[in-house]
Design a protein around this ligand. Structure first.
Ligand code: GUN
Length: 283
């Protein structure tokens, strides 16, 4: 069994990005910029945003954290996004989700200019992915998952992949990416009938349902590749969606929580931001 060490891969990618950013700065005097918007006090979001800003600092990307109180109107938020759309020093705009209930997340994300949609959440970005054009912005967690799968050197063509979770952020885009690679892909959720049976047939399992230790050892095939996207806080401790203790005994490759998919998400966000900056230079 091999642990897919997301922390290490992420650090390697950040190092690479740092060198590229430094080179751009030397050649043009310009650096990429990322605006990170957070609305309200969601504690998990605060932690994620802090990690994103810290990673920007590490790599030399300019980051601007914009904090709005929970009772901000949708219009105020949309106005800020429109302002950032026209700010040439900002190559990427990220609105941390979830947003307070009085806001329409789809409308908010869709207000971000497509060329600055470094989260890859817009229909334009996801639509391209689905038709196999992967040169747009691929959502960060799914992109990080594919990076981890690539590290196994396993050819995904013809493999059976089962995803648990059908979110727009993870389940659906990762399904598209696996389908593009020729994996026979099934998207399940916590209420899928005979889920255990489906999981036991899977060469690759992506667990992204948000339920601590949901996937048990008796649900997986010997030699399966296990990607755990879950970050569940129970009594101040972090748990994935996979029971690592049990499942790691059967898996060929498995991601830990923390230190697996999480750091990859951040690395891919910065990669997308640099991509936006470099595209702008082409224009
Ligand atoms: N909330 C949970 N994951 C994400 C993410 O990847 N991007 C944003 N913007 N919000 C999130």
């Amino acid at each position: 069994m091999t642990i897919l060490d997301g922390k290490k891969f992420s650090n390697d990618i950040l190092e690479e990005l740092k060198e590229k950013v430094a080179k751009h700065k030397e050649e043009t005097g310009k650096i990429p910029g990322l605006a990170v918007i957070i609305v309200g006090e969601n504690p998990a979001s605060q932690i994620y945003v802090r990690s994103k800003v810290r990673a920007c600092e590490k790599v030399g990307i300019k980051s601007e954290k914009i904090t709005f109180p929970a009772d901000t109107t949708e219009e105020e938020l949309l106005n800020k996004i429109k302002e950032l759309n026209n700010d040439p020093s900002m190559n990427g705009i990220l609105v941390q989700l979830p947003l307070p209930k009085h806001m329409d997340e789809k409308k908010v994300c869709n207000t971000i200019a497509t060329e600055k949609d470094v989260d890859g959440f817009k229909p334009e970005s996801l639509g391209k992915l689905l038709i196999g054009e992967e040169d747009g912005y691929i959502p960060c967690t799914p992109q990080g998952i594919m990076y981890l799968l690539d590290q196994t050197n396993v050819d995904l063509y013809g493999k059976t992949a089962v995803i648990i979770g059908r979110s727009n952020i993870v389940g659906k885009p990762v399904a598209g990416l696996l389908i593009n690679r020729g994996a026979t892909t099934t998207v399940c959720n916590s209420r899928t009938k005979n889920l255990d049976e489906k999981l036991r047939d899977a060469d690759i399992i992506v667990a992204a349902l948000g339920s601590a230790n949901f996937v048990k050892g008796n649900m997986v095939k010997e030699g399966a590749i296990i990607i755990d996207v879950g970050i569940n806080r129970v009594d101040k401790k972090l748990y994935g969606d996979v029971d690592f203790e049990e499942v790691s005994k059967k898996a060929s490759y498995i991601t830990p929580v923390p230190g697996g998919v999480g750091p990859m998400t951040i690395a891919m966000l910065l990669k997308n931001t640099l991509k936006s900056f470099e595209k702008e230079g082409d224009n």
